[in-house]
Ligand binder design. Structure first.
Ligand code: FES
Length: 106
């Protein structure tokens, strides 16, 4: 069974913005794309940049360190879809944003 953790209220993360949250000791980047929430590993696979602090443009977040761009809905890098970040399940319960870590995610 997937264990969801409450990480924010819906109004804490307005559409078009992102935030870094902690889920069971792991930093996760959480984004609001036009009212839908998506969560990915916060750690950029290039050199470890914090994706949750990146600029969100539509469903694309740009790493603040060197500009790699990732689709927050799929986890794929736009310039090279073979490079991905882990996507995490998100749900809304009673106005709370909840995130779970996928099976095997370290
Ligand atoms: S650390 Fe993210 S682009 Fe370099």
């Amino acid at each position: 069974m997937t264990d969801f953790v409450t990480v924010a209220k819906v109004e804490d993360i307005p559409p078009g913005t992102g935030h870094t949250v902690e889920v069971r000791g792991i930093w996760i980047a959480l984004f609001n794309v036009d009212g839908s929430f998506y969560a990915i590993d916060n750690t950029c696979p290039h050199a470890g940049g914090p994706l949750g602090e990146g600029h969100l443009d539509g469903c694309m977040v740009e790493c603040p360190w060197h500009g790699w761009r990732f689709n927050v809905q799929t986890g794929k890098r736009s310039e090279n879809p073979a490079i991905t970040v882990t996507c995490c399940p998100v749900r809304i319960e009673n106005n709370q944003v909840q995130v779970a870590l996928p099976e095997g995610f370290k």
